[in-house]
Design a protein around this ligand. Sequence first.
Ligand SMILES: NC(=O)c1ccc[n+]([C@@H]2O[C@H](COP(=O)([O-])OP(=O)(O)OC[C@H]3O[C@@H](n4cnc5c(N)ncnc54)[C@H](OP(=O)(O)O)[C@@H]3O)[C@@H](O)[C@H]2O)c1
Length: 354
Amino acid sequence: MLHVGINGFGTIGKRVADAVRVQPDMTVAGVAKRSPNFEATIADDRGYDLYAADGREPFDEADLATAGTVHDLIETSDVVVDTTPSGVGAANASLYAEHDTPAIFQGGEDPDVADVSFNARANYEKAVGADTARVVSCNTTGLSRLLAPLRESYGVEKSRVTLVRRGADPGQTGRGPINDTLPDPVEIPSHHGPDVQTIFPDLDIDTMGMKVPTTQMHTHSVNVTLESEPTTEEVTSLLADESRLFLIPETLGIDGAGKLKEYTRDAGRPRGDVWENCIWAESITVEGRDLYLFQAIHQEADVVPENIDAVRALSERTASAEKSIRRTDEALGVGRGLVEHDGSPQRVDSHADD
Ligand SMILES: NC(=O)c1ccc[n+]([C@@H]2O[C@H](COP(=O)([O-])OP(=O)(O)OC[C@H]3O[C@@H](n4cnc5c(N)ncnc54)[C@H](OP(=O)(O)O)[C@@H]3O)[C@@H](O)[C@H]2O)c1
């Protein structure tokens, strides 16, 4: 059993902890944070040992028991997943090295924070046995999952992606835009293209970013020039075979992120999380060697299964990407409750619960 510590128990950290909890080969060693806010009480309710990242006094004052400091958590963990805010992970890197504890960082950190930038479908093997890995951002994860099978089957000459990004997560009351549509960043390419190149160094990709006033999901408008000329049906079938790509059937009448989130809530997903890239099946179009499609990415959720796979890769418990992905997906319920694009009932019938 792998003991996994989670340092930073916010949007990503609490989801990673709950995902660790349902894995057959992992257990939550504990979670660390600074303040005794509502997320600390949730950790307590879940039975996760709470560790103080910045002094135990605030927790004592709030009458919340702590099991120790973040140093104790790191010492007791086989692997630590750092899900602190952007920049804090880099500051924590020396702590993990001091304790000789393998660590996983998030996409908010610069690539040089870790030995390898990680996406399970694209480069799992590179992280096997590494001391540190960085799970790339939600957008980069979504693009890597899509591009990996396209590169393998057809070759990719050039990718052009416009990312229409959610302005904030639901809990980020201080962020915007409130009523605007922003080119963000205005400079081209946006940082996403170079980030995807940390996964596929030889990939030709241009990205443009925008921000819009929604908290639901990101939406990508994708154009990939392939090296060969498959049919639309062939590409559809290739993508449908990928466990972390969900092809939204036209018959579901899902016209945007709002209905997608409603669908996954109805399907019984914890927090309404959408771990899969959601590709509108009827948007998949091949003209000559050019592939076009729209996909939605749930920023709070898609990196969660990738963090679980990164834990396995670093700990060298599972050498094969395929095995780890299958194990993670079954335990978490990736694909659970979602209808296939051809109308058949379910892709994965997982018994795992939140
Ligand atoms: N949210 C997304 O859409 C998203 C998607 C993909 C990747 N990421 C990346 O994931 C990372 C975490 O983002 P997030 O959205 O989960 O952030 P978040 O919601 O702000 O959560 C961060 C958590 O870390 C805690 N924290 C702050 N300073 C800490 C410290 N020094 N030590 C331990 N805990 C500390 C915070 O609570 P206290 O202040 O109470 O400790 C908070 O619970 C970032 O690198 C981000 O770029 C985010």
